[in-house]
Write a protein that binds this ligand. Structure first.
Ligand SMILES: Cc1cc2nc3c(=O)[nH]c(=O)nc-3n(C[C@H](O)[C@H](O)[C@H](O)COP(=O)(O)OP(=O)(O)OC[C@H]3O[C@@H](n4cnc5c(N)ncnc54)[C@H](O)[C@@H]3O)c2cc1C
Length: 465
């Protein structure tokens, strides 16, 4: 095997990062094998290896566009299966630090209502339809090592205890086995450096269930409502559209305030959120699934980009590399971004992939700075959150004060609201650097204006949709 060979790539894990990466690698390698330890369902169903599948998955514009690019017609295909695309500003009501958002005009931002298992099923179907992508059922237990600091493949675990693992050779191994990744240990066992790790833990949790929400109980023109936990209120929730006429309610807790699984506890948690609207809607809706919980919310970045001399033939993508508190909906988009970045790094590497791991992990790390800080800056608002708190600088205080005025404006100014959402949805904060905004902010202050809808019991009434 040489460092330029492109015969075979192996991807560990057939969840989102694994599937989109396999799609990208199919352009660069003769054969791509995806190895998955779960028996994958035939349809859009929950599975053991992806327990987060029962919780709300907001899909950012960035991820949606990459998916449509990698699998042309992807979004339309999910729509044929019942997914919905809707106006992410006009149809929603949100409560935050500055009260209710109160914009009901049509916007250019789109939301994507789809259950996570359906999204994954369609992506998997598309990737496995490619001639050179194959799925192998099995569990990876380690890496094989060749001469000259090179990973040469994976070890597939045997079915029964005591079975010897079977080696599977590859020119490139991509680790995409999620938050629980064992790769740092595999690298150490093979004599290489393991990555250092940064963690920021808000001690958060989820409890979710699918619902059928009667149309008539929504405030006029509204189809979803959200309130994240806020300083002073460790409880939050979202009621969000899904495919085939369903909604999902997900409860979010932080600071060890974990939403419970039992009916009475679930109801009580929702009742004690900052605004009563979510409770009102859920209590008049028909539950159509059991309540499922998750506590996989720690922000964890394994710094593969900081390994100065990593072995050739091995890269890490998706949650196995960087996982964020999922409350901010960035995981799928980050996985997609990782896949396309790997494709570019392979193209740029030309004939020699020896330096690919360092080059790729460095490029990806630079792109993940925005979602990382989006997640940890929010989480670090809560005093119980554990993680390094950077001391504010004069510059950051000034920027923070300006952003706070823009956030007030965003409760009623469509242009500013769109810019906020676009920045979040595309991982591009420069969306907020519009030339007209400083003057708008100055005028807001000069006029002594304040957000208008700050009574949690009185959501602004939407104009007719
Ligand atoms: C509660 C919750 C809510 C979330 N909400 C959102 C959201 O709103 N928006 C969003 O974009 N993201 C969200 N996410 C994150 C999103 O689910 C992940 O970022 C996304 O699934 C990409 O993860 P992944 O493919 O890297 O890993 P995973 O999805 O964890 O998949 C890992 C895969 O690897 C397999 N595997 C593991 N070990 C092995 C092994 N040794 N051998 C073979 N196979 C193996 C597993 O079975 C699994 O299929 C949420 C996550 C959680 C926990």
């Amino acid at each position: 095997m040489t460092s330029s060979a492109r015969d075979h790539a192996v991807v560990i894990g057939a969840s989102f990062a694994g599937i989109v990466t396999a799609r990208v690698l199919s352009d660069h390698f003769a054969q791509v094998t995806v190895i998955e330890r779960d028996q994958l369902p035939e349809g859009p169903e929950l599975r053991k290896g992806v327990p987060q599948g029962g919780h709300v998955h907001g899909i950012m514009q960035l991820g949606r566009e990459i998916l449509d690019d990698l699998f042309p017609g992807f979004v339309a295909e999910t729509q044929q299966e019942g997914a919905v695309i809707f106006d992410q500003i006009a149809l929603g009501m949100g409560w935050g630090k500055h009260g209710w958002s109160s914009i009901f005009e049509p916007s250019s931002l789109r939301g994507y209502g789809v259950r996570r298992p359906l999204l994954e099923y369609v992506a998997r179907r598309r990737a496995l339809a490619l001639d050179n992508v194959t799925l192998v059922s099995g569990r990876v237990d380690g890496l094989t090592v060749g001469e000259g600091r090179r990973i040469t493949g994976v070890l597939l675990g045997g079915d029964a205890a005591g079975d010897a693992p079977t080696p599977l050779e590859a020119d490139l191994v991509v680790e995409a086995s999620g938050r629980g990744s064992a790769a740092p240990g595999w690298l150490e066992a093979a004599g290489f450096e393991a990555p250092t790790e940064t963690q920021v833990n808000a001690f958060g949790g989820y409890a979710s269930r699918l619902l059928r929400v009667p149309d008539e109980i929504w405030p006029e023109g509204v189809r979803f409502v959200a309130q994240l936990p806020l300083p002073g209120c460790t409880k939050g929730a979202i009621v969000y559209p899904q495919d085939n006429g369903l909604h999902i309610v997900s409860l979010f807790g932080v600071s060890h305030d974990y939403p419970p699984r039992d009916e009475a506890g679930f109801d009580e948690f929702l009742r004690n959120c900052a605004v009563p609207l979510m409770h009102e809607i859920v209590s008049k809706s028909e539950p159509v699934s059991e309540i499922r919980t998750s506590r996989s919310t720690v922000n964890r970045w394994r710094h593969y980009e900081k390994i100065a001399n990593p072995p050739a033939g091995f890269v890490v993508v998706g949650d196995a590399n960087a996982a964020f508190n999922p409350m901010y909906g960035q995981g799928i988009s980050s996985a997609c971004l990782g896949a396309v970045t790997l494709g570019k790094a392979i193209s740029d590497a030309g004939d020699d992939l020896a330096d690919l791991p360092h080059d790729f992990q460095t490029r990806l790390a630079a792109l993940l700075v925005v979602p990382w800080f989006t997640a940890i800056n929010y989480d670090l608002q809560f005093p119980e959150t554990v993680g390094e708190r950077p001391a504010p600088t004069e510059e950051s205080k000034k920027r923070g004060a300006y952003m706070d005025v823009l956030a007030q404006l965003a409760t009623e100014d469509l242009e500013v609201a769109e810019a906020f959402l676009r920045a979040v949805q595309t991982f591009d904060p420069s969306a907020l650097d519009q030339p007209s905004f400083p003057a708008k902010a100055a005028q807001w202050i000069a006029d002594g204006r304040k957000p208008r809808f700050t009574d949690p019991n009185k959501p602004p009434v939407a104009a007719a949709a």
